[in-house]
Write a protein of this length. Structure first.
Length: 137
């Protein structure tokens, strides 16, 4: 049975889009093409470049795992967790690199969009009841 067989298309699309965003953000700017911006965001906790690079790699794998979990676990708590994590990450950027909010495709626009998708998914899970995979809300 497909993971999305008995789900409304809106919930399936939301889950796939959220998973894609997390997996992409973990893979491309953190593992495949280490972004200097990612290093700058870690300066307060990892002022040594090599340590920051190691942390970024681990964070990338963590984001890939989190994206995969969003794809596989459609329980409402996952979407609430996603919103919480996005708010915390947004707060970190406000403190560490507020200039990023002036850039195109900045953290505010990305996080607000992902929070919106999470709210849509939460709404859909409440309408649809428990997940067909047996994971409860």
């Amino acid at each position: 049975m497909n993971l999305f067989d008995r789900q409304k298309p809106v919930l399936a699309i939301s889950r796939i889009a959220l998973a894609f965003a997390w997996i992409y953000q973990g893979l491309v700017p953190k593992i495949v093409c280490r972004s200097p911006g990612e290093v700058n965001l870690l300066k307060p906790v990892a002022p040594v470049y090599r340590i920051a690079c190691s942390l970024i790699t681990y964070m990338g794998y963590g984001e890939i795992l989190f994206g995969t979990a969003l794809l596989l676990v459609g329980a409402s708590w996952m979407f609430r967790l996603n919103i919480g994590v996005l708010v915390v990450l947004l707060g970190w950027v406000v403190v560490v690199e507020p200039v990023l909010f002036t850039q195109p495709f900045n953290p505010l626009t990305l996080n607000v969009a992902l929070i919106g998708l999470s709210l849509v998914a939460l709404h859909e899970t409440k309408k649809n009841g428990p997940e067909p995979t047996g994971v409860s809300n």
